[in-house]
Design a protein around this ligand. Structure first.
Ligand code: ASP
Ligand code: MG
Length: 327
């Protein structure tokens, strides 16, 4: 099988984590698979690079910021290739442009136009493990671009689509897609499958498991995503064209988007959530009972959101989760 495996920043945060991920890679490769690995920058590297830029220039050009930020992923892939070399596995690292990722010129939020895979195919043909820097590409001017925060997922999906991979596995620090962020809501439960549309809505409303563009691209190109933990061997969540009408609760998940400056947006995502559906009432009731000041927003097609004070966002998600899923 040809498999694309993507590992997020926390999964490759330090030498010990890199060694652990290398074991997963080794197992996959030794089982006889062709393997393309996509990596994010280690830990908080991207934030630290942004900070470094700010120390020099409060508003650097986006071109130079991309040149800087792309370095984070390049550190990860070269270190991983060295780790694999040490394990006597044939591996090499490639930057986005070496891997043929061509993008438009929207620095900082570029879209992948094509992934020309000749180089990757040639290396796979030599039985090598190809380790590709996520989150970056090259534009028509041969300048480095980046794909927006969280964009390594999109690199993985683009390569899986272009290579017609049999599997696209997104390894992260949680064991799949849950009814709420399991790091904050211990009783959240994992979905075995989830549809592209619901996943996209979750991603757009603040779930950080997958970059929303990666979900769009997966849907357009028919790539089924498997989201799983790089920490523990566990079941996963598959994201694909799954039937939404199967027997399961109407609410798929609860998210909190903290990206706005003075409020957080807490949302429930699911099917047929009009402003009058039962789940919406339960949500508003839960917030009321917890004394959380909530301003409802107009209902979306698959979601319902309310603004809450930023410092109450986590508690809001927990009380809604309790009412919807734990009682
Ligand atoms: N390193 C980039 C970020 O922090 C891209 C990614 O992690 O996917 O946003
Ligand atoms: Mg991510």
């Amino acid at each position: 099988m040809l498999i694309v495996q993507k590992f997020g920043g926390s999964s490759v945060a330090d030498a010990r984590r890199i060694e652990h991920v290398a074991q997963i890679i080794a197992q996959t490769y030794n089982a006889g698979n062709e393997l393309v690995v996509v990596l994010s920058a280690q830990g908080d590297t991207t934030d630290e690079l942004i900070e470094k830029a700010r120390e020099i220039n409060a508003s650097p050009s986006k071109r130079e910021l991309d040149a800087l930020l792309s370095v984070g992923e390049q550190i990860s892939v070269s270190l991983m290739a060295m780790q694999l070399e040490k394990m006597r596995l044939p591996a090499l690292s490639l930057t986005g442009w070496q891997a043929g990722i061509e993008t438009d010129s929207v620095y900082g939020d570029a879209r992948i136009k094509t992934a020309s895979t000749e180089r990757i195919r040639a290396e796979l043909g030599k039985n090598r493990i190809v380790v590709v820097a996520g989150f970056q590409g090259v534009n028509e001017f041969d300048d480095i671009t980046t794909l927006g925060r969280g964009g390594s997922d999109t690199t993985a999906v683009a390569l899986a689509a272009a290579l017609h991979a049999d599997k696209c596995q997104i390894y992260t620090d949680v064991e799949g897609v849950f009814t709420a962020d399991p790091r904050k809501v211990p009783k959240a439960h994992r979905h075995e499958t989830i549809s592209y549309d619901e996943m996209l809505e979750l991603a757009n409303l603040g779930s950080q498991v997958l970059h929303s563009r990666s979900v769009e691209l997966a849907q357009r190109s028919g790539v089924v995503l498997e989201v799983l933990s790089s920490y523990v061997k566990s079941p996963s969540t598959r994201v694909g064209a799954f039937d939404e009408s199967t027997e399961k609760a109407a609410v798929t998940g609860i998210t909190a988007d903290r990206t706005m400056p003075d409020a957080a947006k807490v949302s429930i995502v699911g099917r047929g959530l009009t402003g009058t559906s039962g789940a919406v009432e339960i949500m508003l009731q839960a917030l009321g009972e917890a004394d959380i000041d909530a301003q409802p927003l107009p209902a979306g097609e698959r979601s319902f959101s309310a603004l809450v004070p930023k410092e109450e966002a986590d508690r809001a998600v927990r009380v809604i989760h309790r009412k919807l899923f734990e009682e």
